[in-house]
Every structure is written in C-alpha cells, then in structure tokens.
Design a protein around this ligand. Structure first.
Ligand code: DPP
Ligand code: ZN
Length: 875
C-alpha cells in the first residue's frame, strides 16, 4: 500500500453542485441511482476522478447519453472519464450488497436495519463519487423499501415527500439545503421506536428532536435528549451558534465502528453512547453520553458548516470539537474534575502514542489509511492546542477568532492554517511560532528549577524545554508553551505575582508565561522567603514536567494549592515517586518501604468539608500501573502492580477508620440522579470501598463488597463492586458474575461491561476465561463493541496479564487481529497498538512481541489499515 502525502494535495478537477440519489433498498442487492450536477473546477485540471470500492457498475451516462466501456476507465478503486464538457449531468447506477458489508463502512445492516457510515471514505462503497471533503454539494435523497420491515426512512435535511409504492413498498424523499461533503451523507431505514422532544432556538426556530432506537429502549433516551437540549442552548450562549434546520435526528445502532457520527441533521450513534438508565449505565457512562451527544451536535458548526479541505486537516474539526465538548462538560459539572479526567485520558492514551512508533503531529503529513488517524493525538492533543490558543488570547479574544472563522469560511472546506489565521487576524497577534504545535510531533519535556535571592526578595523560575526525536522527525524546535504558574507562601496562600520588569499594577495570583526558547528565566519580585511554586496550573500546556520539588513540597502543594488541578497533580507526582521507589525495592528483592506522609495529606483532603467529593475521589485514585510503568526505562508491570497494591493497602491500613466513616456516610439512601453532586458522592464512597477492598483476606471487607454489589440500586455501585469482586479469588466472584449475566443477558450494551470486566481481571487464568468467552452466545466478532470489550480491553487495560511470561497474551491478540482483518479491518487495526509497545519491554518480551507483529504482516490479504499499524509498530 502507498502513502498519501499532504504536500501532494491538489484541488479536485471537477466540482459537484447537487447530488440526487435514489436507493432501492434490499439487504442483498441494493440499487443506487445517482444523478450529479457537475462542473469543471476553474482552479484545476485533469479527468473526472470518481472513487469506488466494492461497487458493481450498472450504467453510466453523460447528459442522458450512455457511455460505452471504452469511454471510461474502470479500476478496482476508481472510475475515470476524460474529454468531458465544462458542465454536465452525470447519471450512474450501481449495485451494492449491504448484507455482506461486515466492515461497517458505507451502507450496511445492523440489527436488521439499514444504516450508513461514510466518514472517512465510506461513501465510495455506496456509489462512484469524488470521495474527498473539499467537494461540497446539496443532496436530495429518495429511498424505497419494504414498508413492513422498514417503516422509518431517514436521511439528511428535511423530509420533502413520501408515499406508497407497489408490492408493499413505501418511499420517502429528503432534501438537505446545506452543501456538504459526502462523508456527512447518511441514510437509515428500519423498524425503530422514536423518542421525541423539541427545542426553540434563540432566534425562535422550532426544532423537532428525535432519537430513534430499537423497540423497548425508549425508556433509555431521556438523558441523551436532555444532553442534546443543553448542548444546543450552551452553543448559543458560549459561541453564538444556533441550529440551522427544523429537524435533528439521532439514531442508535448496535454495530458501529466509532462512538458516533455527526452526519448533517442525522447523527448515527453507537447505542452505548446514547442509551442510559440508572439500572444500565454508570455515572461515567452518563458523562460520556453527555459529552458525545454534545460533541456530535457541536460538529454541526465545527465540521459540517465549515469542514476540512482534506483529511490531513482532521484536527481542524476534531481537536476544536473535542475542546468544545470539554468546555461544555466543564460548565455542566465540576471544572477541575473535568480537567483532571481529560488529563488522565491524555496521559493514558496520547502521551504513550506520541512517545511510540505511531507518533505523528496533530496535522499528520502522510498516511496509508486515514482511518488509522482518528487518534488521541488528532483529537485530544488537538483539543489541547486549541485550549492553549484560548489561554494565550483569553476567552474574549478566542471568541473573536471563532466569530471571524465563521464569517470567513461558512460553507467552505478549509485548513488548520485558516483557523489559526482567523485567530491572529481577529486579535492582531502573531501566532507564527505557536503554529509549530501543528507540525511537530512528540510531547515536550519541560524542566523547571528555581532560585530565591533573599536579599532582593527575587524568585526566579529557570525553564528549559526539549522534545525528543520521533519517527521521521529529528532535531525538534522549541515550542511556544503557555505555562501558567503561581507561588504559594508558607501559610499555603497564593502570593501576588509581580513580574520583574513589568508594570506591577495588576495583582494577580496566576500568570501565564510565554515560554518559547530552549531556556528561559522569569523573575518575580517582593516574594517572601519559603515560597513554593505551582507550575503548569490547570495543565495550561500538554507537556511532561519535571520540577525540583522535595517530597515535602509535593505534600504541601497537595494540601494547599488553590489550583485544584495542581493539587491533584501534586498527589499524582508524589504517589508516582513513592511507587517507583517501591518498585526499585521489589526489583532488588527487598521489602518495599512505606512512608506515611502521603496518607496524612490525603486524609487532610478527605476531612476538608469545602472540597467537592468528586474531586476528593480523584485525589484518592492512584496513578495507573500503565502510567507508572511509562516512567520506567524498562517496563515491569508485575513489579508496578505489586508496588501499587502494597502502597494502596498501606494507605488503607493507616486511614482505615476514616475510610470506613467515609464509606458509611455515603450510604444514606437517596434516589439515583445523574447530577454532578450525586455522582461525586457515589464516587467518593466507591473510592473508599476501593481502599477497603485491599483487606481481601478480611471477611468483613469481603462481605462489605458483596453487600455493596447485592444492595446496589444503580449500575455505578453495582459495577464498582463487581470490578473488585472480579479480582477476588473466591466463590464471590463467580456468584456475582453469574447474577449479572442472568440479569442483563438481553441487553448487549450492558453485556459489554460484563465481558470487559472479565477481560481486565488480575486473576492468573484470565486468558483461558477470555478464550472461552469468545464462544459465549452474547459475543460476536461482527460486533465491534464486543471485540473491543473483550480483546481490546485485555490488550490495553490488563497489562500484567497481556504481558504474561509465556507470550500467550501477545499470541492471542495477534490471532484476533488476523481474524478481524478479514471481517472488519478498522476494528482489527484499532486493537493493535499494544504490540507496538515492545521498545519499552525487556529483550525476551521484545522478541515475542516483534514476532507476533511479523506474523500479522505475513497474513494474506492484509488490509491497508492493519498493514500500516503493524509495519509502523515493528519499525
Ligand atoms: N464520529 C467521529 C467523531 O465525531 C468522527 N467524526 O469524532
Ligand atoms: Zn468528532
């Protein structure tokens, strides 16, 4: 397979103004008639190039005249026509087989219903078309199907007309007045229940809101609907962006490669990202649903009204839209807790990606398969880059930039460069240096030391930055890093910051430094002795920080920092440091040593009535084994697991009394509600239980967890207990898992949790159990959620067992990737990344992992998706 390069971009030779599609829907053999209004692009030249994949061409005609075979060039993946007039109508008829479509790209069947997924390049599996985002057209779509089997017929835009056909068929015609690229096309035909509501926009437009789900799931739509309405209001208030059509539809399907898709006015969702009830969804699920509903809705402006010129610009819409959904969730819930969660995700997914063989800039320069670039880097780091611009320009300045962006580019397909230019022009600033974040990969290492001169009361930060080489990128430049800092006095209070050489008029307690050289100093005057710096407050920049804190200074920040993010950060740094030390002791055969300062600082936060329980729960959650292992030269997951468990148990022993009290306080029963305060209380109580469960050999504690499971009146509590029981080696585990299965076997969304929790068990026989589960009646290789829950979770979230000494974990993953390659290459390639982690393992494991990668690469009919991931991972 060949790489596609950003530098090779050329505008399309022909543009399309309008698309008229007609579908005759049948599971085996759907006919698609397409009528295109085409005109030559004055800015380009060449033949008309139409993409096509797995299509049977039935006919092609230009201005009503059928073309002979010698008049066009038909290849496996395209159709080209030369010698065309400047303006013409092109009629094409194709045949496709939705029932055979297991890749879930293009038109396929899920639960017997027709649905589509066209981003990034699925439309070419429906009809011949210039399948690239810079060709934008208006669409009319008519579909005809059996009325009894498919009573609901949906597409983008407004319903224009509908009627009955012959032989039990009916039809509907939809029209979307907004020009769009074909990746935003969608069609749904099926037997679905509808949950309806409405919304009045700021300017008075009435919008009908509908969520379509399988019959029986109507009672699980209320929260998604509420999230949608709050998103619509929020986007008006925060960004002045109103919805632009009279209908907004969401359809939930069980078989879906992604979380959800922002097709114009017809969002299609993975059902796990829509359906929620207290009995079936955890608090984390509720939060995720709220965020994804918002994300897809926000795409209506950032993505749909203004879209990407080419797929290298993916972060233009994804980074920006993730940033917007993060801000929304932050306003709906606790801002510091949201920031902590987002940084956890960034560190768990993006930092390792950027430090490994798949590292790429947020605007990649080449790809083999674009589906491989829906990455944490493009999404989450992309959002961080947008956040930094807001940090630099201020909230109002950022809003001015957004306004100008839409003023200039509405209904256009543009580039990341256009976005940054709008930010610059609206604010009269120069972001030339900042732009490097778009093209330079890798996480910068920022080292901070400081000096205090008592005689002059001068406190000096000494900053240095370095970004390590990444594949294909060497000798990195220093970046423009907005680094927000503060200073705490010995009393724990913030000290006013007076930067040397600047007007000391404004009293501020946090300041964003423009750190844009390899080494730079920043001095502050009138600082009393003993001040402790707080650095990268709110995680103002996505960097790896090393600062010369003493152990006591970290604990001091953990107890006192007014910036709650950094208070949490201090706890994470402190715990990481302690656990790494214990790992060293375990590796050299000694007993790990426990120091109690951390527990005392934790206890003081637990006892602080001014703190949000959701925040305290975050503070109590120790860094993951994966995160800890990433701080080691050579990963040792066994030792990391032992050290972390030892540490947790020691904290639990020291704080046993307060943990039990915290747990008891939380019991007071109120009806379940998914609001932030109730979630926080549950999180805190479950965090306390998590520590108490480390007394695994104590009967009372085992019983506490069992009782927690049995008496839970919501999924959050039930899953919290099940996750703990799942690691117990006694009968309790089997009893609980069986009860759960019994209760939820009819609900595929909930059964994903059941598969996943088992895939993540610490018990030594976990792989045997997983293999058995692949033949469970609820499991299917054709359902991406199931593959991700069982196989994906094992490889990415159970490092201790995945990296088992005998290499069986690697072999299992490779077997599954090879198997999935033939069914659904996108899913196969998405679960491959853990094998690329070989560089950080010991020589024995390196060898085993590399040999599995080689085995994958030797597979016959290897997809471009898997080829790209495996070859890059092997290096
Ligand atoms: N559906 C994916 C998302 O919304 C791709 N656009 O991010
Ligand atoms: Zn998106």
């Amino acid at each position: 397979p060949k790489a596609i390069k950003l530098q090779d971009y050329t505008p399309p030779a022909f543009l399309i103004d309008h698309v008229d599609l007609e579908f005759f829907l049948e599971p085996e053999g759907t006919r698609v008639k397409s009528l295109l209004k085409v005109r030559r692009n004055p800015d380009s030249s060449g033949p008309l190039h139409l993409d096509g994949d797995t299509l049977e061409l039935l006919s092609i005609a230009v201005d009503g005249r059928a073309l002979q075979e010698k008049e066009y060039l038909l290849d496996e993946f395209f159709l080209e026509v030369e010698g065309l007039p400047d303006k013409f109508e092109l009629a094409i008829e194709t045949r496709i087989d939705p029932v055979l479509n297991t890749r879930l790209e293009g038109l396929y069947l899920s639960g017997g219903n027709f649905c589509t997924q066209c981003e990034a390049e699925g439309f070419r599996r429906i009809t011949f078309y210039p399948d690239r985002p810079d060709v934008m057209a208006t669409y009319s779509v008519t579909m005809q199907a059996d009325e009894a089997k498919y009573p609901v017929l949906l597409s983008n835009g407004n319903l224009v007309s509908q009627g009955k056909g012959e032989g039990g068929k009916h039809w509907a015609k939809w029209h979307d007045p907004f020009p769009k690229p074909c990746y935003l096309f969608a069609l749904v035909a099926g037997d679905l229940a509808c949950y309806a509501d409405s919304y009045k926009t700021g300017s008075g437009r009435d919008v009908a809101l509908k969520i379509y789900v399988q019959h029986g799931n109507e009672d699980k739509c209320a929260f998604a609907m509420d999230s949608l309405i709050r998103s619509m209001r929020w986007d008006e208030e925060r960004f002045g962006l109103e919805y632009d059509l009279d209908i907004f539809n969401i359809v939930a399907v069980d078989d879906f490669n992604m979380g959800a898709m922002e097709n114009k006015s017809l969002n299609i969702f993975n059902s796990k990202c829509v359906l929620a009830s207290p009995d079936t969804a955890t608090d984390a699920d509720f939060e995720r649903i709220e965020a994804i509903v918002a994300h897809e809705y926000f795409h209506n402006w950032t993505g749909n009204r203004v879209t990407c010129r080419d797929w290298f610009q993916l972060s233009l819409k994804e980074g920006l839209t993730v940033y917007r959904d993060q801000e929304f969730s932050s306003d709906m819930r606790s801002a510091p807790v949201k920031r902590i969660q987002d940084v956890r995700t960034l560190r768990a997914r993006q930092f390792p990606e950027d430090a490994g063989p798949l590292s790429h800039p947020i605007r990649p320069e080449s790809y083999i398969e674009i589906n491989n670039f829906y990455t944490a880097t493009v999404y989450e780091k992309g959002a961080e880059v947008i956040r930094m611009m807001q940090e630099i320009l201020g909230r109002e300045g950022f809003r001015k930039g957004i306004d100008l962006y839409f003023e200039r580019h509405d209904n256009q397909a543009v580039t990341c460069e256009d976005f940054v230019a709008a930010m610059e022009d609206a604010n009269g600033v120069d972001l030339e240096h900042f732009r490097l974040w778009y093209s330079q990969a890798g996480t910068p290492d920022v080292a901070v030391t400081w000096e205090y001169d008592a005689a002059s009361s001068l406190f000096t930060f000494k900053l240095s930055q370095h970004t390590a080489d990444t594949p294909g990128q060497h000798n990195k430049q220093p970046l423009h890093i907005p680094l927000t800092i503060g200073l705490l006095g010995q009393d724990g209070q913030d000290i006013p910051l007076i930067q040397q050489g600047t007007n000391s008029g404004d009293r501020t307690y946090s300041k964003t430094l423009r750190f844009d050289c390899e080494q730079q100093n920043f001095s502050f005057t009138d600082v009393p002795p003993g001040a402790v710096p707080s650095i990268n407050r709110g995680f103002s920049a996505p960097v790896k920080l090393s600062a010369m804190y003493s152990d006591d200074e970290l604990l001091f920040l953990m107890e006192n920092d007014s910036d709650l993010f950094n208070r949490w950060e201090a706890a994470q740094s402190s715990a990481t440091r302690l656990i790494l030390k214990m790992i060293g002791e375990i590796q050299s055969g000694r007993e790990p040593q426990y120091v109690s300062g951390f527990a005392r600082a934790l206890a003081s936060n637990m006892a602080n009535p001014d703190l949000d329980p959701a925040f305290v729960a975050q503070l109590m959650t120790l860094p993951s084994i994966s995160y800890i292992s990433e701080q080691m030269q050579v990963a040792d997951f066994d030792a990391a697991e032992k050290a972390r468990s030892f540490f947790k148990h020691a904290i639990a022993t020291e704080l046993c009394g307060s943990l039990k009290a915290l747990y008891q306080q939380g019991v007071a029963g109120t009806a379940y509600s998914p609001d932030a305060a109730s979630m926080g209380r549950r999180a805190l109580r479950n965090a306390a239980m998590d520590y108490l469960a480390t007394f695994e050999d104590d009967r009372d504690c085992r019983e506490l967890v069992v009782r927690h499971y049995e008496t839970a009146d919501n999924m959050t509590d039930r899953m919290a207990a099940l996750a703990l029981l799942n690691d117990f080696s006694g009968a309790e585990r089997e009893v609980a898992l069986a009860a759960f299965e019994q209760r939820y076997q009819q609900d595929p969304v909930v059964m994903d949790k059941w598969f996943m929790v088992q895939a993540c068990s610490r018990l030594p026989d976990v792989l045997q159990r997983i293999k058995k589960l692949t033949s469970h009646p609820g499991f299917s290789y054709k359902n991406p959620n199931k593959v991700r829950a069982l196989v994906g979770a094992f490889a990415s979230a159970n490092p201790v067992r995945f990296h088992a000494e005998d290499g069986e974990g690697y072999r299992f993953l490779a077997d599954n990737i090879i198997h999935m390659n033939a069914i659904n290459p996108q899913v196969a390639s998405r679960i491959l990344a853990p094998l690329g982690g070989w560089r950080r393992m010991n020589p024995k494991h390196q060898k085993m992992m590399k040999s599995e990668l080689k085995r994958i690469l030797a597979t016959e009919k290897l997809s471009g998706d898997v080829y790209e991931m495996a070859s890059k991972s092997l290096g």
